[in-house]
Write a protein that binds this ligand. Sequence first.
Ligand SMILES: [Zn+2]
Length: 298
Amino acid sequence: MPTDHSYPPLPEPLVVGVYDNHTHLDPPPSTGSGNEEGEGPEREVLDYLEQLDRASSVGVRGVVQVGGDVESSIWAAEQAAREPRMLAAVAIHPNEAPRYDEAGRLDEALAVIAELATRPRVRAIGETGLDFFRTPEEGRAAQFRSFEAHIEIAKTNGLALQIHDRDAHDDVIETLLRVGAPERTVFHCYSGDGAMARICADNGWYMSFAGTVTFKNAENLRDALEIAPRQLLLVETDAPFLTPTPLRGRPNAPYLLPHTLRFMASHLGTDVSMLAAQITSNTELVYGTWDSEPVTAE
Ligand SMILES: [Zn+2]
């Protein structure tokens, strides 16, 4: 049976709105040329404004658009400056840091991130952190250096930190405790277990749950969800990745966030609107409000 690569239908709208605190709506770099004879099925790519319109129509009030290299961070900062439904997070992704370092351009890239961090609608530094799954041993020194530099930029500018942690829980926690975590620290796409959720809770670190919490084999995430204090919960899509069950294999998008939120509420045995209200309040504490800065025509 061929996989369905089309966007799933709109879910039933939420009564109380939420924000998607981690998504990637920038156009893929391959757009524009040489794509005619690409391998595999053509994936439909929606324009970010269409994405935001669909999101609004189901109660997803806004997004944090997350950069992972110089170009996507600039894109995030520039769109957020003129789009009221978007705030930006900027960073060099932990898997990109070794590449910049090899090219002798990591310091230059970090300087761009430090400049973007001063803009009013850039509200987080991320995604940064450690990824021992994709980056081999020899890239890790650059990854640590980049992570620590990002923590410093977040603290200097009073911004939230969005952490990407893949197979690196102990080292991420050790680094945060050693250099001092920013006041608002978020584990994006939380991937730890219940024991780690206790460590996060003790330190006041936020846990942002993605579609992975709905996956059949993700018992560890559901344990963590039960342990995480409600005032430290956030929700995200990490679109276009990690589409929630039962839509796996199809592209993810912020308008699909209600599936994950409803799953979380049902697992916790709580009312969807109560959970949405709590998460929205948490989200605004971490990033500020979406409409608190005038939107400028840059
Ligand atoms: Zn991401």
